[in-house]
Design a protein around this ligand. Structure first.
Ligand code: SF4
Ligand code: SF4
Length: 333
């Protein structure tokens, strides 16, 4: 179903959502975009390329209380207190959520904290009209205007948005401000889509990477690749599909809480055992783990790579390790 809404009416619509929903949207703080709960549509800035931190934190927060207790009384934090809208996320990041679903809401494990947030959130995506030179979503079957993982996709066509309603959940929140898009407007949106896709120049070959990695566990390739790595873990913290966490108990007298925090396979402490032994003692083993997990183990488990080509790890690695080049080198190794 293709609808449209003017940008002015969109602002009014967002404002009206605030009475029933917690709305998370892109906010510009000193030039850095991230998704925050907003109190007014004026706080939103949709004129962005992508957020620095991925919106995975809306479902899997960087630090999250699982339960609290006091004198034997336990209060779980698994339920969300209010329905939520995640507004303005890029299609690549919506696709990353689908990958995370395999881990947190798959057949083997159901994580109630994640699932409650997912089920109570309506996702309104915003097509990406200005992809960066580091974007390579099309290499993973994605597109700057992919509908996967979205309830509604907005396409900016100037003074209005074309509104592609993807799911019933998306349909539920429409108001009479949304009217039928004309044939010409839909054609314009299609033209924008085609032209934008052509601007994605990075193409990475994924086919054959898993099979190649099957033979490379002991390869000297990892020594060379990890030489430059600082072990800062920026690549995994900012990756929309990385999902490792650590659980800690904080207690004082008869009260306390259990929390979980993002962790990273790039840190030595991640695999340090109580005995003092560490099965991944150097950057080499840790770098190998990150690449293997994304492009070998994840494919083995879920039939798809744990990467959506957002380019955040490329943009933010302080020593310019570029996953596109790494994949190319693996294929030619
Ligand atoms: S961001 Fe770069 S330097 Fe930091 S851990 Fe990742 S690969 Fe290593
Ligand atoms: S490009 Fe980098 S940050 Fe983005 S999904 Fe792939 S591995 Fe993660």
């Amino acid at each position: 179903m293709m609808k449209k809404i003017s940008k002015e009416d969109m602002n009014r619509f967002i404002q009206s959502l605030l009475s029933d929903y917690t709305v998370y949207a892109p906010v510009n703080i000193d030039g850095i975009f991230s998704f925050k709960p907003i109190t007014n549509f004026q706080g939103i800035d949709l004129n962005y390329q992508n957020s620095k931190k991925p919106p995975k934190e809306i479902f899997f927060p960087q630090s999250e209380t699982m339960f609290e207790y006091e004198k034997g009384k336990v209060t779980s934090a698994e339920k969300v207190s209010r329905k939520r809208i995640l507004l303005g996320i890029r299609p690549c990041d919506a696709k990353a959520n689908l990958l995370l679903d395999n881990v947190f809401a798959g057949e083997d494990y159901q994580d109630v904290y994640y699932i409650n947030k997912r089920e109570n959130t309506i996702i309104i995506g915003l097509g990406c009209r200005r992809p960066l030179s580091t974007c390579f979503c099309t290499s993973f079957g994605g597109s700057p205007f992919s509908r996967d993982g979205l309830d509604i996709l907005l396409i900016d066509i100037g003074n209005k948005y074309i509104v592609d309603v993807v799911t019933d959940k998306g349909k539920e929140i429409l108001t009479d401000k949304f009217t039928e898009a004309s044939e010409e407007e839909v054609k314009l949106a299609e033209k924008i889509k085609r032209e934008t896709e052509k601007r994605i120049k990075s193409e990475v070959k994924i086919e054959g990477v898993k099979e190649k990695l099957d033979t490379m566990f002991e390869s000297p390739f990892w020594d060379k690749l990890s030489e430059r790595c600082l072990g800062c873990a920026v690549c995994s913290y900012l990756c929309p599909t990385c999902h490792c966490f650590d659980i800690a108990d904080e207690a004082k007298d008869s009260q306390g809480r259990r929390i979980r925090n993002w962790d990273s396979c790039m840190f030595p402490l991640f695999t340090l055992q109580t005995s003092g032994h560490n099965p991944r003692p150097t950057d080499k083993e840790r770098m190998r783990q990150r690449v293997m997990h994304k492009f070998n183990y994840f494919i083995e488990n879920y039939k798809r790579a744990a990467c959506i080509g957002c380019g955040r790890c490329i943009l933010n690695c302080p020593v310019n390790i570029d996953i596109r080049k790494v994949l190319k080198e693996i294929l030619t190794n």
